[in-house]
Write a protein that binds this ligand. Structure first.
Ligand SMILES: Cc1ncc(COP(=O)(O)O)c(C=O)c1O
Length: 428
């Protein structure tokens, strides 16, 4: 397919020329001609992440076991060093963060630690739109406690099938609820929930809250300490660009510092006692006690490299400002260029409720996604009818948005998507 040019190209070029973060695009491996808008699923590789991964591989080759102590920096406390670089993005003190395990593994850890059912309070509240893995973790965790998820797990329903209403979330915090697990940004519609307000409302009702920050970390600033969030967990492979399957993270508020990890292991023992191999668990200070086993160096090192760019960019404030400008621009293009072509913007438009991606609904979303990929635009599809478009602040341009919309308009007006098969399932 020839690449249609955008009628808004000059305006996009002007916006790009005034972008204070434009220089970071050159740090990423972008495929020529491709418009990558899937950084909310898997962020692209950047040069510092690649260099950090290669550095650890070289240290392994050169030092073997001595890499734990003699590598630069030593592997033994790499999770804490990288956690310190990540902490400002989450509004958390470095010692409240533990980089470990997977997203889902960290939810299990937080459930094992923060869910303390009593005769009166023994229900976990989630929501009907959250990522499937969170529901699996909660249900299986309840079963290990001998509690039937049918009775002890409640999901807040969505009124419109796409978003959650704060009043409904708060109303679900009845006196039998001990813990709520909610997403800071919804993975489909990109709705940003008011973490501070909902956390406050939960505490007023005697409920702890754990936030899934997978779709917010690196896209939206957080203030986990100041908001009094009980616990949070996230993945590092989306907006943080840590690489496929990069090590996840968890946060536990200082007020819970005395809680022992629900899932303990030797790496959570304080370093000077770890190799004593005692069978009593002497916890490391802070969230480092929540390590279970040996850190996954190869999936941790690239995250450290990727975070160098977040620091160089000036942290979350400028990144959020650009992200909001990109998604506003993209919505304006959709409203004007795709009017009358069957598209609906399914994410909330208000800045205070908008995460890092635009959720574009269309009855032909699946086939349009396939056609976009064939035309060199990488979006992703989410059930039942959403094309997710994530222009990320570090490597996307305003021109990317204009060109993607031009290609989408060309596809839909020429019905190029109709040569693709209807969805039959599988990996998207
Ligand atoms: C919102 C959300 N929660 C949980 C997960 C599960 O993450 P993991 O596969 O790293 O455990 C994902 C994965 O994309 C996600 O988007």
């Amino acid at each position: 397919m020839s690449t249609p040019s955008s009628p808004r190209a000059a305006q996009a070029a002007d916006l790009d020329a005034r972008d204070p973060l434009a220089r970071f695009r050159a740090e990423f491996h972008l495929r020529p001609g491709e418009i990558y808008l899937d950084g909310n699923s898997l962020g692209l590789m950047c040069r510092p992440a690649e260099a950090a991964a290669q550095r650890v591989l070289g240290e392994w080759r050169a030092l073997g076991i001595n890499g734990w102590t003699d590598a630069q920096p030593p592997w033994v406390d790499l999770p804490e060093r990288i956690g310190a670089a990540l902490a400002p993005l989450l509004g958390a003190a470095p010692e409240r963060i533990c980089l470990t395990s997977s997203t889902t593994g960290n939810l299990h850890q937080l459930l094992a630690t923060l869910f303390q059912p009593t005769a009166e309070r023994n229900v976990i509240v989630g929501d009907a739109l959250n990522f499937s893995s969170d529901a699996h973790a909660i249900a299986s965790h309840l079963r290990t406690r001998g509690l039937d998820p049918a009775k002890h797990y409640r999901e807040v329903a969505s009124r419109d099938g796409r978003t959650l209403h704060a009043d409904d979330l708060i109303a679900a915090l009845t006196p039998d609820v001990q813990l709520a697990v909610w997403p800071a940004v919804l993975f489909t519609s990109g709705q940003l929930l008011d973490v501070a307000r909902l956390t406050r409302a939960a505490h007023e009702r005697g409920v702890r809250v754990v936030w899934d920050c997978s779709h917010s970390v690196g896209a939206v600033p957080h203030a986990l300490d100041a908001d009094g969030v009980d616990g949070a967990f996230w993945c590092s492979y989306k907006y943080l660009n840590g690489g496929p399957g990069a090590v996840g993270g968890l946060f536990l508020h200082a007020r819970h510092a005395a809680l022992a990890p629900g899932m303990a292991g030797w790496w959570g023992v304080r370093l000077d006692r770890r190799f004593a191999m005692a069978h009593t668990h002497e916890p490391a200070s802070g969230a480092a006690a929540f390590h279970v086993g040996t850190p996954h160096l190869l999936s941790l090192a690239p995250l450290g490299g990727a975070l160098e760019l977040f620091a160089a960019a000036g942290g979350m404030a400028p990144l959020r400002a650009k992200s909001l400008a990109l998604t506003a621009w993209l919505m304006e293009l959709i409203d004007t260029e795709l009017a009358g072509l069957g598209f609906t913007i399914a994410n909330p438009r208000a800045e205070a409720e908008r995460g890092g991606h635009v959720a574009l609904a269309h009855p032909e979303a699946w086939r349009l996604c396939q056609a976009l990929k064939a035309a060199g635009v990488v979006p992703d599809f989410r059930q039942p009818d959403v094309i997710r478009l994530a222009p990320t602040a570090l490597y996307n341009t305003f021109a990317d948005c204009a060109d993607a919309v031009a290609r989408l308009k060309h596809i839909v007006t020429t019905r190029a998507h109709e040569r693709f098969a209807a969805r039959t399932g599988g990996v998207t």
